[in-house]
Design a protein around this ligand. Sequence first.
Ligand code: KIV
Ligand code: ZN
Length: 512
Amino acid sequence: MNEYVKIFDTTLRDGEQSPGASMNVEEKVIIAKQLSRLGVDVIEAGFAISSPGDFEAVRRISREVEGPIVCSLARAKLDDIDRAWEALKGAPKPRIHTFISTSDIHLKHQFRMTREEAKKRAVEMVKRARGYVDDVEFSPMDASRSDAQYLYEVLEAVIAAGASTVNIPDTVGYAIPSEFGELIKGIKDNVPNINKAVISVHCHNDLGLAVANSLAAVMNGARQVECTINGIGERAGNASLEEIVMILRTRRDILNIDTKITTEHIHPTSRLISSITGIMVQPNKAIVGDNAFAHESGIHQDGLLKEKTTYEIMRPESIGLSQSTLVMGKHSGRHAFKTRLKELGYELSEENLNKAFERFKVLADQKKEIFDEDIEAIVAEEILRIELPERFRLEKLHVASGTETVPTAMVEMFIDGRHEKETGTGDGPVDAVYKTIAKMTKTKSRLLKFSVNAITGGTDAQGEVTVRLQEDDHIVLGQGAHTDIIVASAKAYINALNKLEYKKREKKERVV
Ligand code: KIV
Ligand code: ZN
């Protein structure tokens, strides 16, 4: 293989800082396993000291996910570094990523430190981390707004102290590509021991330049890019993994650098992230948007029919999108289902496969054509359902509504394994169902958001309902898919209630 750029995925850490994108530990483990299949070099699994949930996610991913380096973020503080190590102990390839700001603006107003103090602290904390692991990454936060000379000094000092990766963040998404490329070149030319470390970059998208800046950095010598699936992250997000990877792949002719990503897993991974976080991908998003490979203009379609390369610079299959999205129907067997899942990037355990196949059969009875998106929805729901302990489970639902009827719901559920049945009314069918379920489960959550999306085309398409619920300081997202959108609504609501229960229990267990 030629020279390659390491892909450092921070979906589980910076990505989780997207407003409303919090994920529970089980979900993070599932995502980490998918990231490993995708072939990322490093998974930033969390910020161990920031919460018990983050600690547990780093701890479990360290033990359960094979392949990539597993990393925890830590401020340049003793307790942070010690806690990161506690969480990472079980990882075959652990990395501690420590950071402190180097810009005068941050040092003066936020850290209230002098440049010398910050440099000294950075060196001490890198040494502390090296006491635990060989693989230490250091980030001078707000590097793009830092004094270049001072930045060089800090980098030289932390490399001498044992940092093997120095990550240059454009924390506030302020840089432009020519300037950021120059900054990386400046580091290469002016930090005497830079050949002892990998230069990494971490760009935010406030001006829509995160990917362009990362690319400029790679063209000037950076050999690790920090990014997230679908570009989620703090504020306007981080550089999008799929864009970076596909740029390097598609323009290898001039860039001559690749990654170790198995690009065929990109699309399933993107779906998994939007399904877990509830953050939908805009249709015109590069690479993974619904329209990224859709050709509308007649002239384009004509060209494509004659020769694909007329208007297609990447093959849809290269990111895991099949050419014909119609895959299966009610006569498809378990083997075909398993094969299709594998093509989509999912290798399920026997138990998960059986559950998913049962759901597939039920769906195939309701819907003539099953599309890849249907299969992905089944997997997302079935895997998560298996991993998430369920206090509440929907058994049966009957709803009456219409222009002349008071909307009424009859709900049968299993609550802590006990079968219960209740009837209730509401202002509409969803309201009737939600009020009845709330009464049965004795829960008092607030519905912050409700949205319904057709997964595919056709009037028999599955509706995917997403709800956001709040109870005290817990906010969770629930999802459910079904050809009947009222059933999908009930499933989404119950999924969110189970997550709330999980969060409440997690908090209680951690306090004692
Ligand atoms: O944006 C940033 O500066 C960060 C650092 C912690 C690397 O996320
Ligand atoms: Zn960041």
